[in-house]
Design a protein around this ligand. Sequence first.
Ligand code: KG4
Ligand code: ZN
Length: 401
Amino acid sequence: MLNIENPTTTLAIDTSCDETSASVVCGTTILSNVLPSQMKYHKKFGGVVPSLAKFAHEERIDNVVNQALKKSGVEIENIDAIAVTIGPGLAIALEVGIRKAKELARKYNKPLLTINHMEGHLLSALAKRKEKNDNTQSEDLNNINFPVLGFLISGGHTELILVEDFHKYTIVGETQDDSCGEAYDKCGRIIGLGYPAGPVISQFAKLNRANVDYVIKKDSQRTMVELTNQISKKKYQLPIPMTHSGNLNFSYSGLKTAFKYLVHEITGEIVTVQDQLEGKINLKKDVIYDLCSVFEASAIEQLKTKLTKALVKYKAKEVWLGGGVVASQRVRSELRKVSKLNGAKLRYPYSKKLTTDNAAMIGIAANLKLRKLGNRKLNDEISGVYFKDFDSIDRIPNMSL
Ligand code: KG4
Ligand code: ZN
């Protein structure tokens, strides 16, 4: 029988997209987080190919689970529960993880928890390192100052979530078209940076930081960012969409279109999709760097504007960042400034592996669900928390928080 007074230890699995991941988590402390990259399969296609993702998950899942257990030093018999992502994600990819989780739960007679992938990203900011496991985690969790604003910035989502308490979530802002990460990837692809282009754009913008200055220009219609390269004296402008809207929603497709026109204006050539995939693009290195800088400035300015509005509106005491784009140091430092200015504490995942899709965040979400139950004895199935009727568990690809 499970003793929920102590932090529970969960074996978690996530196969929602292109990462095959398994992890063992005690409370919010990460004992292992295994995620071998599938990137070599998808890179040449310029994006994730669902059938290839499924194939790679099937090939790796057993090994990844075994490695996660081995690295954690916990025997599967001593695990309290199994947790698995049921959505949102690619249906045929989710199925692989769900099948494996059911198999393990049956074989070892463990409760099975179904977890929303986005809840995992949201809670990833609470992850603690194994070395720092000093048993103060329940105290830490009691010290969280609600309301919190969760800010998920990934390849699939750009969302602001009002967290009034654990498990009390309301989406207060989301993208109306492309996500922020998608804009990084699509714009990077236009200038031949491959896939995923987000990390490359961030790196080039960082290397170029000392050479450029930018100003934000506003009129009654729109807001623009104007970047000047102090060496070449070249100037570049891009819009910052949605700054005039009264709501907390985002839009990134207009930025992508404006970026395409800007590249066209510079090269005098229309860049085809094939050119993008093959990296055939007629731009000098310093111009590519400037384009990365001006894109980054616009993309981040929209995030800052919306976070400021949300902090003022909800008077949040903390901001939790999650999702792949949070791997960008610039994103974190700019959002920290905004949080600080508005009296909120910023938390974000302690490592890059926790910003991308990973099973550790799923384990945290599962342990927090178990914690919510207090010392109730886990003999019976509890609706929405864990299941004994494994056959009723299925993927929900389009689920929302
Ligand atoms: O959360 P994630 O791994 O996958 C999901 O979408 O769920 O996010 C992937 C996104 C990609 O768009 C990738 O380009 C972006 O995160 N990304 C970055 C960086 N690292 C990953 N974007 C900007 N700077 C980075 N350092
Ligand atoms: Zn994700």
